[in-house]
Design a protein around this ligand. Sequence first.
Ligand SMILES: CC(C)(COP(=O)(O)OP(=O)(O)OC[C@H]1O[C@@H](n2cnc3c(N)ncnc32)[C@H](O)[C@@H]1OP(=O)(O)O)[C@@H](O)C(=O)NCCC(=O)NCCS
Length: 161
Amino acid sequence: MADPGSLSATSSRASTVRLMVPTDANFVGNVFGGHILAEIDRVAYIAATRHARSGCVTASFDRVDFLLPVHVGDVVDFDAQITFVGTSSMEVWVRVRAEPIHGGEPRLVGEAYVTMVAVDSTGRPVPVPPLALETVEDRLRFEEGRRRMEERRRTRHRQPP
Ligand SMILES: CC(C)(COP(=O)(O)OP(=O)(O)OC[C@H]1O[C@@H](n2cnc3c(N)ncnc32)[C@H](O)[C@@H]1OP(=O)(O)O)[C@@H](O)C(=O)NCCC(=O)NCCS
């Protein structure tokens, strides 16, 4: 049975849709990777804040894969889902798909894992609700997320005291 107070990944899912315009382009006419990253950060923030029901900050980005270029005139969908929850941290998986505005096959153009941490008004980490694992996929993603989170803990930079 689900932990009382736990929230499903579905309840915090977030999506945004953006039309890529000429001011988003780099010198070769494709969209800046940094522009895509900013949108990934925003949609991950929405999902994390919906889950945490408090303010959140971006703690880390890892495995950002740009699989295909995004073009001016593409409509780009950013879909965010919580995959793992620790005490105050949440791993958010963001999938990015693009399709030409006048029609055409949607293409998977990128994927990222973003760690968001819930914080209080002074910026201190605060606990978040547990994640209700409702499906086999939820459980698999959670276990994979746990492994990635352990790896992040093991490898991250610590400031000297
Ligand atoms: C993220 C932040 C709140 C963590 O604060 P902290 O004092 O290091 O807190 P802790 O060490 O107690 O870690 C709190 C949680 O964050 C996680 N965490 C901290 N740094 C992390 C990192 N670099 N990557 C992933 N997770 C991280 C910890 O694993 C812990 O998770 P848990 O509560 O689920 O176990 C703090 O480093 C911060 O404010 N960073 C700046 C965030 C920011 O401004 N982002 C926008 C950039 S412009």
